[in-house]
Design a protein around this ligand. Sequence first.
Ligand code: ADP
Ligand code: MG
Length: 276
Amino acid sequence: EQPAPLPTHTRVLTISNQKGGVGKTTTTVNLAAALAQSGARVLVIDLDPQGNASTALGAEHREETPSVYDVILGDKAMKDVVQKSSEFDSLYCVPATIHLAGAEIELVSLVAREQRLRRALDTYLAGTEEPFHYVFIDCPPSLGLLTINAFVAAREVLIPIQCEYYALEGLSQLLKNIQLIEQHLNPDLRVSTILLTMFDSRTNLAQEVANEVREHFPRQTLNSVIPRSVRISEAPSYGQSVIEYDESSTGALAYLEAAAEIGHRGTRWEGTTDGS
Ligand code: ADP
Ligand code: MG
C-alpha cells in the first residue's frame, strides 16, 4: 500500500469515550507513534490525570514536572511544558501530572473555562517553526470540563470501541454531548473516526459488536481492527509504544494499518455526529 500523504493542515483529534479501559490511551500513543514513524510530526496531549499516555511515551511526569495542568490552570505556555519523546524525533508529548486530578473543580470558576486548551494549543501551533501534522488529545474517562476542553480544541473525535459486552452502552450519551459542543462551542467538531479495539476473532461476540458498530457508523468505522494482543499491553511498562517495542507484532501492524487509513482518509471526509 502507498504511504499515506501528510495533511496540509494540522489535524487535531481527540480520543474520547467516557468508559474507562476501552483503549483510549493505547490508541492515542500507538497511532501517534505509527504516524511519527511514517514521517509525520505528532503531538500528544495527555489530558488524563492518571498520566498513562505520558508514561507510555516515556515522558517525565513527576509531581513537580511542568505539565498540561500549568497550561490550562496556570499561565505556562504549551511550548514550555512540551517534551520530545525518546522514541521518535518527530513525536512530542505534553505530559499530565497528578495535579490535573483537581482541574475539573478548579476550572469551574474560571473565565472561558471551556476554551483554555484551545487557546493554548492554537498559540503553540501558530508559533512552532515546523508545523505539526497531527495532534492527539487523550481524554479522561468522563464527560467533564477536561473532556469539554478537548472537544473545543479538536476538529475530529476518534472513538475507540472495545469489542465486548456493553460496547455501545453510553455511546448515545457521548454522541449527544459532542452534538451539544458542536452547536454551542465548536461548530467544526466531527466524529471522524471509530476504531474497534481489543478484537478477539475467536468469539462471536466480538464479530457481532463489530457488525453492529459498522451498521451504525458505516463511514466512520475504520476497516482496520485492533486485535487483543499481549504485546500491546506489555509495551507501556517499558515506556514504549508497541511500534517500538515489537514492530512486527500483530498489534503493531494493526496500529500501523489504522494510522495509514486515517492518513489516507485525510480531512476531506466529513462525518456527522448522528452517523448519517
Ligand atoms: P483507556 O485509556 O480507555 O482507559 P487503555 O488504553 O488504558 O484504556 O487500556 C486499558 C487496558 O487494556 C490497559 O491495560 C491496556 O494495556 C490494555 N489494552 C488496550 N488495548 C489492548 C489490546 N489491543 N490488547 C490487549 N490489551 C490492551
Ligand atoms: Mg486512558
